[in-house]
Ligand binder design. Structure first.
Ligand SMILES: C[S@@+](CC[C@H](N)C(=O)[O-])C[C@H]1O[C@@H](n2cnc3c(N)ncnc32)[C@H](O)[C@@H]1O
Length: 392
């Protein structure tokens, strides 16, 4: 019998929820070697000793703000839990909600929100931990509570330990709704939460406690149905306190169709190359699902999620690993296979964030916030549907 012993990562994480992969010393050494080579190549490129650039700095054609016309703000108050880098927050704001407060345990993510919206009441770090908050003080003020509890306990990319994973925060979201008693709530997670594997869990932890007071609706939203140049399915719960309001709610209908699909009267979502403003190579498609969460053997700067995603990136001549901090740095650091290297602003755009929304922290942390987010135009679509029902 062979005994393989795993060893802890030597890299300190700034994410209290990060679970490094369980790897043997030999496996870790492979990743270390890869990082060393990549760092050396990057340093050489930055000092001008690398290969000459193979692409120009790109000028994106996709404007996420055009998908989210701003609605008059203020009359509907919202509380944001597990705010991350602010995907849901931005969508709700554009749909006319005024945020009464945002809670996020990661200090870098809280910093993103503060920089984007200095007037918001952002609670970050230990102060942003929802577990310590008495929500009853918001009763009567907040029309909506929204949040995306961490998806790692349910994600196909993880171990799917559900409630046995200490990162499962659904009970905290449920507690907040029961304490605040808002008119409506919206909660989001990976599509896997809606599968049979978690149906008992969902029933016990979410549906039964909230269903006594709210009419619940479930939907799966695909980002490219809302004009976002990415394939990304998310499970969404919407709940209304008033049965009459629940009856007049209409689920957000798709506003776009995927590139290359049959014309059904809706505008076509841009493919990844078109969205990023890359030259026409005769092929385009939406970006594969951007990797969620701050996972991986080390602090990864790859957005690759699967082998099938790798094939799509290859066919579109886009390099999804070693994402560069800026477009200038991406151009200077030529990818091994000569394909277009992505930058943080490109990845943010493919997730539906406008260029004005800047992420704080190291590159892996910025990518983690982006990959964890609800694409803002998707958040906007569901937020508009809720606002319409509440205001009518
Ligand atoms: C799926 S992400 C949310 C993404 C966000 N809804 C968006 O659209 O950008 C979940 C977030 O919950 C945060 N989180 C996890 N545990 C928390 C806790 N106890 N209190 C506050 N935030 C927490 C994580 O740091 C992560 O940013």
């Amino acid at each position: 019998m062979t005994i393989t012993q795993t060893v802890p990562s030597r890299i300190k994480t700034t994410d209290p929820l990060h679970e490094p992969w369980q790897l043997t010393e030999a496996e870790r050494e492979v990743f270390r070697q890869r990082s060393r080579e990549s760092r050396q190549a990057r340093l050489a490129a930055m000092s001008g000793a690398g290969q000459p650039p193979v692409h120009e700095i790109n000028h994106p054609r996709f404007d996420p703000l055009a998908l989210m016309p701003s609605k008059p703000n203020g009359s509907l108050g919202a509380l944001s839990l597990f705010s991350g880098g602010g995907g849901l927050d931005l969508g709700f704001e554009r749909a006319g909600f005024g945020h009464l407060g945002a809670w996020e345990i990661l200090e870098d993510a809280a910093q993103t929100l503060r920089a984007a919206r200095p007037s918001w009441d952002v609670h970050g770090g230990a102060d942003g931990d929802v577990r310590g908050v008495d929500w009853t003080r918001f009763r009567g003020n907040a029309a909506v509570v929204h949040g995306g509890p961490p998806c790692q306990p349910f994600s196909h990319a993880g171990k799917q330990r559900g409630e046995d994973d200490p990162r499962d925060m659904w009970p905290e979201f449920v507690r907040a709704v029961l304490e605040v008693q808002p008119d409506a709530f919206v909660a989001e997670n990976v599509a896997a939460l809606g599968t049979a594997r978690f149906s008992d869990y969902v029933d016990r932890t979410i549906v039964r406690p909230l269903g006594k007071h709210y009419t619940l609706q479930r939907l799966v939203m695909q980002a490219c149905d809302y004009g976002v140049p990415q394939s990304r399915r998310r499970f969404v719960f919407v709940g209304f306190k008033s049965p009459a309001i629940a009856r007049r709610w209409a689920a957000p209908a798709p506003t776009h169709r995927p590139p290359g699909s049959m014309d059904d009267g809706l505008p076509e979502t841009m493919g990844m190359r078109e969205a990023l403003g890359l030259p026409d190579i005769g092929a385009d498609a939406v970006c594969p699902t951007i990797r969620s969460a701050l996972t991986g053997p080390r602090h990864t700067t790859s957005i690759l999620n699967s082998v099938s995603a790798q094939r799509i990136f290859e066919s579109l001549q886009v390099w999804p690993n070693g994402v560069a901090p800026t477009r200038e740095a991406a151009r200077a650091f030529v990818a091994k296979n000569g394909h277009f290297r992505l930058s943080v602003p490109d990845v943010a755009l493919l997730q539906g964030f406008p260029a004005s929304w800047r992420f704080a922290g190291a590159v892996y942390m910025r990518l983690g916030q982006i990959g964890n987010a609800v694409a803002p135009p998707v958040a906007y679509a569901v937020a508009c549907s809720v606002a319409d029902a509440l205001r009518r």
